[in-house]
Design a protein around this ligand. Sequence first.
Ligand code: AMP
Length: 200
Amino acid sequence: MSGDRGIRLLIVGPPGAGKGTQASAVAEAYGIPAISTGDIFRANIEQGTELGKQVQEVMASGGFVPDELTNSIVADRLKQEDAQGGFLLDGYPRTTEQVHELDRILAESGAELDAVIQLQADTDEVVKRLTKRALEQGRVDDTEDVIRHRQDLYREQTEPVIAIYAERGAVVEVDGLGTVDDVAARVRDGLAARGLGVHA
Ligand code: AMP
């Protein structure tokens, strides 16, 4: 971990693997902000901001918001005070281009990532979960076609992102199947095994 400058983590996993839930738990345990690009976009859509209008359509279709736009939002967010002592990025980077931008942002402040938590879950299971979430939360990007499109994009664009971090030896693989508490315990153990425990 980068001394008193806190811990810098990413969490990646297929749509429906429970990233958001685990991100909140990990961020709380480490006292760092969980920064979810999906949440930022959704909040902007809800508030009817200019950014919200720009991303509404592509989000509803399950596509990716263009890299340039996503990158600039993350760059701004990481400059804020609360992110100086570490952060957990949830849902970013999702493309190799975004990896390069994050490298640039971190290099600028002399910071490094500590670990990338990869939540693993098989496609049938996540599709089942997302269909259930659609009924419970009414998210416009949880319909069957859109779910399939999001899984395809994950395979095509985000798995190469994981490959980059795996090559750097940064990935902590966690089985995402099971109760929220079971998965949270696995995340904690995986980070602790790398010397990144909460009290490390
Ligand atoms: P999430 O909440 O992480 O599942 O993200 C929901 C949606 O927000 C995605 O399907 C994309 O449309 C958009 N989105 C979130 N993060 C990114 C990103 N890093 N790059 C491009 N689009 C994103």
